[in-house]
Design a binder for this molecule. Structure first.
Ligand code: FEO
Length: 169
C-alpha cells in the first residue's frame, strides 16, 4: 500500500505532466499557425510523451493501491516572440520538471518507500534525455539565428521526429 504523502506527491506529478502536455500542445499550435510544421510535429510528439509520463505515474499509483485525485490543469502560455523563445521556454520547463522529479526521489528516500524510489529511476533517466534533446535543438537554433534558409532546414529536420511509446517497464 502506498503512503499518503507519496500518493499525494505522485498525484501532483500527474498534474505537472499533464500541464507539460498542455504547454507543448499550445506550442505545437503556435508553430502550426506560422507554417512551421516540423516544429509543430516535434512539439506534438513532446506532448504525447508527457501524456505517456502522466499515465505511467497514474498506473503506478493504482498498481500500489493508491487513490487518483485529478486536479485542474493550469492554462498554458499561447504566445512566444520567436521559435528560439519557444525552445528557451521548453528548456526552462524541462529543468523545472527535473527539479520536481528530484524532489520526488528525495521524498521516496525520506519516507523509505523503496518501490517508489525504484519506479522514479525511470523518470530520472528520462529527464536526462529530455533536457539533452531540447538543449540540442535550442543550441542549433541559436547557431542558425536569423538565417531563414537555416530555419527552414531545421524545420524539415524536426518533422522527422516520431513518438514511439517506450516499452515496459
Ligand atoms: Fe515529463 Fe518532459 O518531462
Amino acid at each position: 500500500m502506498i503512503a499518503k504523502k507519496i500518493n499525494t506527491a505522485l498525484n501532483a506529478q500527474v498534474n505537472a505532466e499533464l500541464f507539460s502536455a498542455y504547454l507543448y500542445m499550445s506550442m505545437s499550435a503556435w508553430c502550426s499557425q506560422r507554417s512551421l510544421s516540423g516544429m509543430a510535429n516535434w512539439m506534438r510528439c513532446q506532448a504525447q510523451e508527457e501524456q505517456f509520463h502522466a499515465m505511467k505515474i497514474y498506473d503506478y499509483i493504482l498498481e500500489r493501491g493508491g487513490h487518483i485525485s485529478l486536479d485542474a490543469i493550469e492554462k498554458p502560455s499561447a504566445e512566444w516572440d520567436s521559435p528560439i523563445a519557444l525552445f528557451e521556454e521548453t528548456a526552462r520547463h524541462e529543468a523545472k520538471v527535473t527539479g520536481l522529479i528530484n524532489d520526488l526521489v528525495s521524498l521516496s528516500i525520506k519516507e523509505k518507500d523503496y518501490a517508489a524510489h525504484i519506479f522514479l529511476q525511470w523518470f530520472v533517466t528520462e529527464q536526462v534525455e529530455e533536457e539533452a534533446s531540447v538543449s540540442e535543438v535550442l543550441e542549433r537554433m541559436k547557431m542558425i539565428g536569423d538565417d531563414s534558409a537555416g530555419m527552414f532546414a531545421m524545420d524539415m529536420e524536426l518533422a522527422k521526429r516520431l513518438f514511439t511509446p517506450p516499452v515496459a517497464p
